[in-house]
Design a protein around this ligand. Structure first.
Ligand code: OGA
Ligand code: MN
Length: 318
């Protein structure tokens, strides 16, 4: 069996075929897949034949698979505790109400690295399509290693040693949730280097996205200008490509060397059923098993449900 790798951009992204990932894999094949992922940053797998359990099982070749955050008052459609529901559907499989879709989709359409707001970061995310809109609903990806490498030397020097703060609540605010700066100040925040070495390839990468709030030690305005400038730099046409899905297709991205964003489609009209697993950074310390739910529970004044909360607050203001 030969694994075929077809690059999408010269330095970033590849379509992988020639291996059935829906069943058990031998150690050599697993090693090859991890190597391909480390080299290309984003891989695309067509017509995988994976079901929920197979999706989680395959994800384990990359490391520890996180438990998805759960909200006790909101029943989940997912059959496995590791599956994060990235769809626009409610527990009964119906398209969820417009206001909450609009806000959640707005956040997802900003360039981001999943869970950068956690102290313990996520490396791989594996997004499997179960149902796709007829014309689109892609995910876009951006290459933060090549973007770093191509920076002018003065900028590389300027970034050396800088750290940034990351907040989930900040990116929600960017997307239109009515959080105030003061409310965000009271929520958990994580701190990460702006440039880091991507361990799987030894290449350096930028690490900024929609959750990035401030540059440590810099005036807020100046820091935000720099953050936006770096995100714009990473998302120039030569660093980005979209993945369009059919049911069974899967994209795997490495959050530590790429950014991504949900692409446009009419989410009030079309069902889009996407399910995601998330692998913890293999370099990270062990952490609490259910650390996402704990983070959100600790951050909320009421049980966590941003869509509900926001809708109530918008209605209260209206
Ligand atoms: C995600 C995500 C984008 C998409 O699941 O983390 O950003 O296209 N998804 O669904
Ligand atoms: Mn994401």
């Amino acid at each position: 069996m030969t694994i075929e790798v077809k690059p999408i951009l010269p330095r970033f992204g590849a379509e992988v075929s020639g291996v059935d990932i829906s069943g058990p894999l031998d150690e050599e094949t697993k090693r090859q897949i991890v190597d391909i992922q480390n080299r290309w940053g984003v891989t695309v797998w067509r017509d995988t034949g994976l079901d929920d359990a197979g999706h989680v099982a395959f994800s384990r070749i990359f490391g520890h698979v996180e438990l998805a955050p759960r909200h006790s008052a909101k029943p989940s459609r997912m059959s496995e505790p590791e599956l994060f529901d990235a769809s626009n559907l409610d527990a009964d499989g119906n398209i969820v109400d417009n206001e909450s879709i609009r806000l959640a989709a707005g956040g997802n359409r900003l360039w981001h690295s999943d869970s950068s707001f956690m102290d313990v970061r996520s490396s791989q995310a594996l997004l499997l399509c179960h149902e796709a809109p007829p014309h689109g609903g892609p995910t876009w990806f951006a290459d933060t290693r090549s973007a770093y490498e191509d920076l002018p030397q003065e900028m590389k020097d300027r970034l050396e040693g800088l750290e940034a703060t990351h907040s989930y609540f900040w990116s929600r605010r960017r997307a239109g949730y009515p959080y105030t700066e003061e409310e965000i100040d009271a929520k958990p925040i994580a701190r990460h280097p702006v440039v880091h070495v991507h361990v799987g390839s030894g290449r350096k990468a930028l690490f900024v996205g929609a959750h990035t709030r401030d540059i440590v030690g810099m005036e807020r305005e100046e820091g935000r200008k720099l953050i936006d400038e770096l995100i714009d730099w990473c998302t120039q046409p030569q660093y980005v490509f979209p993945v369009y899905y059919k049911p069974g297709d899967m994209a795997i991205w490495d959050n530590l060397c790429s950014l991504h964003r949900g692409g446009e489609y009419d989410d009030t009209l079309y069902r889009r059923d996407m399910r995601r697993t998330t692998v913890r950074d293999p370099q990270a310390e062990e952490t609490a098993l259910d650390h996402y739910s704990r983070m959100f529970a600790a951050a909320a004044d009421t049980p966590f449900n941003p869509a509900e909360k926001t809708r109530d607050r918008i209605l209260a203001k209206a």
